[in-house]
Design a protein around this ligand. Structure first.
Ligand code: NAD
Length: 232
């Protein structure tokens, strides 16, 4: 069976997908948390204590992300989505590179660096990529916080539900560049397998969940996707 004969495809991407574009991972060699303490930059307590410092840190992340370009793997996903109706991306990445590569149907499990929200007046969202609003404060005067999942935050239940929905009825599940360490990511291969999906992992190194996969490509994201889609 050709890989594209599958009908419902989910690509589950982690920091390794963007690492190939040059975005640093959080942990491991060159990881952001080797340089910065997350307690000072990536949790609600830090934001409450020093919002300017936390916002500066996230502005730096945006500047760094914009220096990075989508790679051949993003382009391949775009092509697969053009050929196929039902291809979803569930990503743990917050950098917006899938969208810049014109990948569609993206569920951002951990939110987006490119959105701010006001927690005071209900949830008001400001899209930075549309330059809709460039102030660090809401019109109500409250600080706007990045709409991302920080340490100790709960995931958005709607996003979890959407991801579960797609993964539990896919027939091809492809994990790319994730250590599979963080929940609910850690449970996804099991969920996909229980729906009878063919499960494929692309990662240069073994991950926590490697034993769950039917096929493994010990490759970088771009090369693994090329082998999977172009030479199957
Ligand atoms: P992780 O840092 O735990 O794991 C990264 C994985 O990518 C590792 O298994 C590594 O072997 C693999 N990898 C490294 N280079 C690769 C490449 N070129 N191609 C394919 N795989 C490669 O990342 P995670 O599993 O995504 O989970 C950590 C958390 O960090 C997530 O919550 C995510 O939101 C967050 N994060 C996001 C970004 C981003 O938005 N780009 C960056 C760093 C961390």
């Amino acid at each position: 069976m050709n890989i594209l004969d599958h009908n419902r495809i989910v690509l589950f991407t982690g920091a390794g997908m963007s690492a190939e574009s040059g975005v640093p991972t959080y942990r491991g060699q060159g990881g952001i948390w080797n340089e910065y303490k997350w307690e000072e930059y990536a949790c609600q307590t830090a934001f409450d204590e020093d919002p300017m410092c936390v916002l500066d840190f996230h502005e730096l992340r945006r500047i760094e992300a914009l220096k990075c370009e989508p790679h051949s793997g993003h382009q391949m996903i775009k092509e697969v989505q053009e050929e196929h109706d039902d291809v979803w991306i569930v990503t743990q990445n917050i950098d917006g590179i899938h969208q810049r590569a014109e990948n569609k149907n993206v569920v951002e499990l951990h939110g987006s660096l490119w959105r701010l929200r006001c927690e005071n007046e209900g949830h008001i969202f400001y899209d930075l990529d549309k330059a809709e609003y460039r102030s660090r404060k809401c019109t109500c005067g409250s600080w706007l916080r990045p709409d991302i999942i920080w340490f100790n935050d709960m995931l958005d239940p709607e996003n979890i539900e959407r991801s579960n929905e797609h993964i539990s009825c896919c027939d091809l599940f492809i994990s790319i560049g994730t250590s599979g360490f963080v929940w609910p990511a850690a449970g996804y291969p099991k969920l996909a397998k229980s729906s009878g999906a063919l499960c494929i992992e692309i990662n240069p190194d073994p991950s926590e969940q490697s034993h769950m996969y039917d096929r493994i490509y010990h490759e970088t994201a771009g090369e693994g996707l090329r082998k999977l889609f172009k030479s199957d």
